[in-house]
Design a protein around this ligand. Structure first.
Ligand code: G3D
Ligand code: MG
Length: 218
């Protein structure tokens, strides 16, 4: 049985639905007028990913700190993935998206053993349920894909925490991309270990005849 623990950050402007997305994903609830906490909130989601693989997601909710526009490195530390959220009914929150992505790119990186590159980040265009009611606009898939490519998002999802649309799908996509990085690097690390072992054995072999000839002669 393998178990992985992944820290995932959820960032975006105030009121875009970050806490609602986490509550929907972890507890499968949606409620308005809950008391928002100030500070940092954590939620844990345990996923039986495969028969022999459990993934524990530690979801970090920025919880009121987003009003400062960026976060300290401490908050980002050791995160392996992130979700940037904007609200489809408020275009100004889309402007915040590149700012949040930039904040992530400058303050967090994958572990050195995994190459130290950028962590995978997905973009959630939240509150899609309100589009039917005449607020905001559907995301144009081609434009959005181009935006994601240009800004280094691995994928974008139009979602609704209220309707429970695409929340699970977005999270699964992020987790599978972290798992892919984990497994590629596990392969590289075990290959490196094998190579080091081969070099060590070769050295041992080269030294052995010398030792035996010494022992013969004395
Ligand atoms: P935040 O954590 O990013 O600040 P919240 O955002 O999760 O606190 O959500 C802000 C408001 O948007 C809340 O409304 C919440 O109910 C609402 N909201 C979140 N997600 C959705 C969604 O998918 N659809 C709709 N229609 N509303 C959503 P209140 O009124 O409680 O402030
Ligand atoms: Mg919140």
């Amino acid at each position: 049985m393998r178990e992985y623990l992944y820290k995932i950050l959820v960032v975006g402007d105030l009121g875009t639905g970050k806490t609602s997305i986490i509550r929907r994903y972890v507890h499968n609830i949606f409620s308005t007028n809950y008391k928002s906490t100030i500070g940092v909130d954590f939620a844990l989601k345990v996923i039986q990913w495969e028969n022999d693989l459990i993934v524990r997601l530690q979801l970090w909710d920025i919880a009121g700190q987003e009003r400062f526009g960026n976060m300290t490195r401490v908050y980002y530390k050791e995160a392996l993935g992130a979700i940037v959220v904007y609200d489809v009914t408020r275009p100004q929150t889309f402007e915040g998206v590149t700012k949040w992505k930039n904040d992530l790119d400058t303050k967090v990186a994958l572990p050195e053993a995994w190459g130290g590159g950028k962590i995978p980040v997905i973009l959630i265009a939240n509150k899609s349920d309100l589009i039917q009611e005449g607020h905001g606009q559907h995301v144009n898939p081609t434009e959005m894909e181009q935006f994601c490519n240009e800004n280094g998002f691995i994928k974008c999802f139009e979602a609704s925490a209220k309707d429970n649309t695409n929340i699970e799908e977005a999270a699964r996509y992020l987790v599978s991309s972290i798992l892919k990085i984990e497994e590629e690097n596990a392969d590289k690390i075990s290959l490196l270990q094998q190579q080091q072992e081969t070099v060590r054995l070769d050295k041992d072999r080269q030294q052995q005849p010398q030792q035996s000839s010494n022992s013969n002669c004395c």
